[in-house]
Design a protein around this ligand. Structure first.
Ligand SMILES: Cc1cc2nc3c(=O)[nH]c(=O)nc-3n(C[C@H](O)[C@H](O)[C@H](O)COP(=O)(O)O)c2cc1C
Length: 191
């Protein structure tokens, strides 16, 4: 395991998503692992910490989430730009070797039976909170965050430190097509 990965207290985990990063969603069921990109992911609640993510009915990752009842939301870095685009452009339904072809490396975290994507800056392990109406009508899934970790080179003491970290660790923000922004400068509002 990367020695810079540290646990994040659950009451601070919402901060991993507050800046609106594009995320990777991973899931595992019956020996099948998969990863997709998602721009539509958002913090939802503080205690217990919850988030929402839109998983289209066409995605194989959604099927794995429905079958297993669990998933990981992780925050890819600038270094994973091409991987992020690739896992959001190819479906496991069309390419059984999707993860290898997209350059995804998975790793494990202690006491977790979920696939985690290496090279991200943060990871939120989630339990699916079943809401059949939302899932069917809006493709909207709710996850309760059961554990979280971050790369302490860029997130520590409950705060992001993008301005001090290597630029390759910045988060990605999706527009359309192959166009993303990396997170920009830090601004502090007046008290
Ligand atoms: C940057 C990016 C963001 C995306 N955001 C979402 C999203 O929020 N929800 C969604 O259902 N699909 C989204 N997609 C599309 C899925 O990632 C894509 O359909 C993927 O191929 C599904 O893979 P799978 O079928 O192997 O699970 C996005 C694609 C890209 C490139």
């Amino acid at each position: 395991m990367n020695p810079s990965i540290s646990p994040v207290p659950l009451d601070k985990a919402y901060r991993l998503l507050n800046h609106g990063p594009t995320v990777l969603v991973s899931a595992r069921h019956a020996g099948v692992d998969n990863v997709m990109a998602a721009a539509w992911c958002c913090a939802l609640d503080l205690a217990p910490t919850k988030l929402t993510v839109v998983l289209d009915k066409s995605s194989r990752t959604r099927t794995l989430v429905e079958e297993s009842g669990a998933f990981v939301i992780q925050i890819p870095t600038v270094a994973l730009l091409d991987v992020t685009k690739a896992v959001g452009s190819v479906s496991l339904a069309d390419d059984a070797d999707k993860l290898a072809h997209c350059g995804v490396a998975l790793f494990v975290l202690p006491a977790q039976a979920l696939p985690f994507v290496a090279g991200c800056s943060a990871w939120l392990a989630c339990r699916r909170v079943p809401e059949p109406h939302n899932e069917q009508a809006y493709d909207l899934f709710i996850g309760e965050v059961t554990a979280a970790w971050a790369d302490d080179r860029v997130f520590r003491d409950g705060h992001w430190h993008f301005e001090a970290a290597d630029p390759s660790l910045r988060s990605l923000h999706y527009v359309a097509g192959g166009h993303f922004y990396a997170i920009g400068e830090s601004l502090t509002a007046r008290d």
